[in-house]
Design a protein around this ligand. Structure first.
Ligand SMILES: Nc1ncnc2c1ncn2[C@@H]1O[C@H](COP(=O)(O)OP(=O)(O)OP(=O)(O)O)[C@@H](O)[C@H]1O
Length: 249
């Protein structure tokens, strides 16, 4: 299997506090890596460094064979897209859904002007929203629908890697499952490569091919999903698993 992303000895300090401590992690093409760990273990920091939102103090990020530096090219920015816990982080409230979806399509020259409308409709279709959504604004949608729009926006530029940071955690329990199912459908349909962050082991079990565990800024385990849930390698993973009252599946 081809490695699309390699993280080598990645370290991030916030002042005197070490949020990431020499992290090594590999992401294989067309697979989903589930990143799990307690609150404050460094999951979001890792996601942000990979997405280029924070510069690391030490270490390397390799995209294929190319090293991602602090200053990234437009192409490199396009390649890794991120979905946040709160969809509003990536949706401008003053813009219609048409504007929200067309802007990255045109900026990154994914399609020409004449094809933008059609591509926006296809993107909405992909996230199971109706085409009439194009004329509306973010506040006219529910939280789950807004997350679908954020997903469509991230997918619009045809990224190589999608990072989803707790994408269902801020949603009502009733819609969490449908958004998770959407991720699973998209994963299969589009052959996505994903880094999927969640503190919820049920969610991790449902979406991941591989599971990585973080604790206090360190990566303590990276194992195939089934192995992690049946026979984890690290003592801390056992602790996490035994803290869950009842696992789905
Ligand atoms: N900008 C910042 N300045 C200082 N400390 C920070 C900053 N961002 C995060 N931290 C600290 O770094 C540690 C890791 O935070 P991070 O958000 O990466 O963890 P997390 O595993 O994603 O947690 P959560 O699940 O609660 O989001 C935490 O102790 C946090 O308080």
């Amino acid at each position: 299997m081809e490695l699309v992303l390699q993280i080598k000895d990645l370290t991030v300090h916030y002042g005197g506090f070490t949020a990431l401590d020499h992290i090594n992690l590999n992401l294989e093409q067309h697979t989903t890596l589930g990143l799990v760990g307690e609150s404050g273990s460094g999951k979001s920091t890792l996601a942000r460094v990979i997405a280029g939102l924070i510069a690391p103090n030490e270490g390397q990020i390799l995209l294929g064979t190319q090293e991602l530096k602090k200053k990234r090219s437009r192409e490199q920015h396009k390649t890794i897209q991120m979905i946040f816990q709160n969809p509003d982080a990536s949706l401008n409230p003053k813009h219609s859904i048409r504007q929200i979806l067309s802007e990255p399509l045109l900026f990154h020259k994914i399609v020409g002007r004449t094809d933008v409308e059609q591509r926006c409709k296809e993107l909405l279709n992909q996230v199971h929203l109706e085409q009439k959504a194009l004329d509306k604004f973010p506040h006219e949608f529910s939280g789950g629908q807004r997350q679908r729009i954020a997903i469509a926006r991230a997918l619009s530029v045809e990224p190589n890697i999608l990072i989803a940071d707790e994408p269902t955690s801020a949603l009502d329990v009733s819609v969490q499952l449908s958004v998770l199912e959407l991720f699973n459908t998209l994963k299969a349909e589009l052959n996505l490569t994903m880094l999927f962050i969640s503190h919820d082991l049920g969610v991790i079990n449902a979406i991941s091919d591989t599971v990585a565990v973080m604790r206090q800024g360190k990566l303590v385990e990276q194992s195939p999903r089934d192995q992690f849930f049946i026979r984890p390698k690290h003592e801390y993973s056992y602790e996490l698993l035994s803290a869950v009252p009842k696992m789905p599946k």
